[in-house]
Design a protein around this ligand. Structure first.
Ligand code: NAP
Length: 465
């Protein structure tokens, strides 16, 4: 007789690709099912877990990272295994894993960035903010990058929380950053930085900014830094005034900006200049390097759906700057063997169930969570209900599940596969050792941790510990 899947005798076998918050909340939701016995294998490209909690959250936002304690608890479940330093699509493929798991969840986030689509965008000195974030957070892919911080002025395009993080890190006194887990190479570079002004460009008005109140408040609290906003940028049109009535975050943002507009700037201070209703239309360069950005003044146009769109007015201005970060959103990249929706930059899905992008037919047993499912929006906590919803769909589908073959149920099969391919995978126990080393190196300097920034150093440390 065939055993029921999800029982002690026949546990449900689930692979989770990715180890960020959405991936972990999916694991948690599965483990929380009282009637379900489930064995989870989590595969992660980097050796270290936690996705953007480690690689994205700003180093000076330490308290947010405490959420990893929950992920530690989930990882300690005896039915959980972690395989870090394993890239899905190259080290292991869809074809390798599909026969070994009853269900697969992709929680791979959004690994790339949106482009502005303007001339000069790829000149040296013009970069996506996402790589600068990875660089200062010690993401191994970016640890060898060099940003020319000998500029006095840097331009940051966009008005989301990533733009706020990047701007803040660029002007925060290095001695303050030295108390955090910022990557050592970034701290060193920022100590030499000549940047005195960061200009943030919002294509719409202050009432439409995507950032949240605490981030804007922080701008007013950085030692030796003045946030500057021109009074003309705070004159709001009727629709924006209406937004303030209904949107508390927008109202508080505008209040804070109005308070900043009344401050007298100290000429000895660094500056964060917040400009509104302007869009870059061209990145200008000389000898292949950025020298300036041409911007166009916008006006807001009310759309039939009630939203406000920025429309160019034909009035231009040139802002000199040798470094520009575009912070206009992340974007997903296609994953080998998994349907991708080019229009949204996400894995093709309906409420977490993966579908074929062209036909809309369900791909049985495959699911998606987090930014790979809904796009790059929301805070860490947003991922919890998102993952719970996907897991609910997985549980609903159990009745019609096509279970894996009996001879594929041996737990050592995947380990053997990784070993046969000579892949140096990292277990959770390994990560806990690395974590201990990072924390103890940090303690010597009065910091929460000193991060490993190279995969080779992580592997080397594990051979010695
Ligand atoms: P985001 O919140 O979506 O903001 C993107 C910004 O880029 C918006 O201001 C958008 O303006 C602007 N933009 C888009 N296309 C543009 C273009 N072509 N030209 C000029 N501006 C353009 O994205 P994000 O900052 O990357 O953040 C991603 C998510 O992570 C967000 O949900 C964010 O809240 C979250 N996050 C949270 C924290 C935190 O909690 N501290 C920190 C970092 C990130 P429009 O509004 O006009 O489209």
């Amino acid at each position: 007789m065939e055993e029921k899947v999800g029982t002690e005798a026949r546990p449900l076998r689930v692979a989770i690709i990715g180890a960020g918050p959405a991936a972990y909340y999916a694991a948690e939701a599965l483990f929380k099912q009282a009637e379900l016995v489930c064995k989870i294998d989590m595969f992660n490209r980097l050796p270290t877990p936690f996705g953007l909690v480690r690689e994205g959250v700003a180093p000076d936002h330490e308290s947010i990272k405490a959420v990893t304690r929950i992920y530690d608890r989930i990882s300690a479940n005896p039915n959980f295994r972690y395989f870090g330093n394993v890239t899905f699509g190259t080290d292991v493929t869809h074809e390798d894993l599909r026969p070994l798991y009853d269900q697969i969840i992709y929680g791979v986030g959004a690994q790339s960035d949106r482009k502005m689509g303007i001339p000069g965008e790829d000149l040296e000195g013009s970069y996506p903010a996402t790589i600068f974030v990875g660089w200062y957070n010690g993401r191994p892919d970016y640890c060898d990058l060099k940003f020319d911080l000998s500029q006095e002025r840097v331009i940051v395009v966009g008005n989301g929380n990533v733009a706020m993080d990047v701007t803040r890190i660029l002007v925060t006194p290095p001695d303050e950053l030295a108390k955090t887990d910022i990557a050592d190479h970034a701290l060193e570079a920022l100590r030499q930085s000549k940047v005195r002004e960061v200009v943030m460009l919002g294509r719409r008005g202050p009432a439409q900014a995507a950032f949240t109140n605490p981030e804007l408040k922080e701008f007013g609290e950085i030692e030796g830094v003045d946030p500057i906003v021109g009074p003309a940028d705070l004159e709001l049109d009727e629709s924006s005034l209406a937004t303030l009535e209904s949107d508390k975050t927008a109202r508080k943002n505008v209040e804070l900006l109005r308070a900043y507009a009344t401050r007298t700037a100290n000429p000895d201070h660094s500056r964060i200049v917040m400009r509104y209703l302007v869009s870059p239309v061209e990145v200008i360069g000389e000898d292949g390097k950025v020298t300036a950005v041409k911007i166009e003044k916008n006006r807001l146009e009310l759309q039939s759906n009630g939203s406000l769109r920025a429309v160019g007015t034909g009035e231009f201005e040139t802002l000199e700057a040798g470094l520009i970060f575009r912070s206009v959103g992340y974007r997903g990249v296609p994953l080998q063997g998994v349907p991708f929706d080019e229009s949204t930059g996400t894995i093709a899905n309906v409420a977490g169930r993966i579908i074929h992008a062209s036909t809309g037919d369900l791909v049985p047993g495959e699911y998606v969570v987090g930014w790979a499912k809904r796009g790059p929006s929301g805070i860490i906590g947003t991922n919890k209900p998102d993952s719970v919803a996907t897991v609910a769909a997985m549980l609903e589908d159990l009745a019609g599940l096509s279970p894996i073959a009996d001879d594929k149920r041996d737990l050592s099969l995947v380990e053997n596969l990784l070993k046969e391919r000579n892949l140096k995978y990292i277990t959770y126990e390994d990560w806990l050792k690395l974590n201990k080393i990072e924390v103890s190196r940090g303690a010597e300097q009065g910091r929460s941790r000193v991060k490993f920034t190279r995969v080779s150093d992580m592997l080397e440390a594990l051979t010695q510990n």
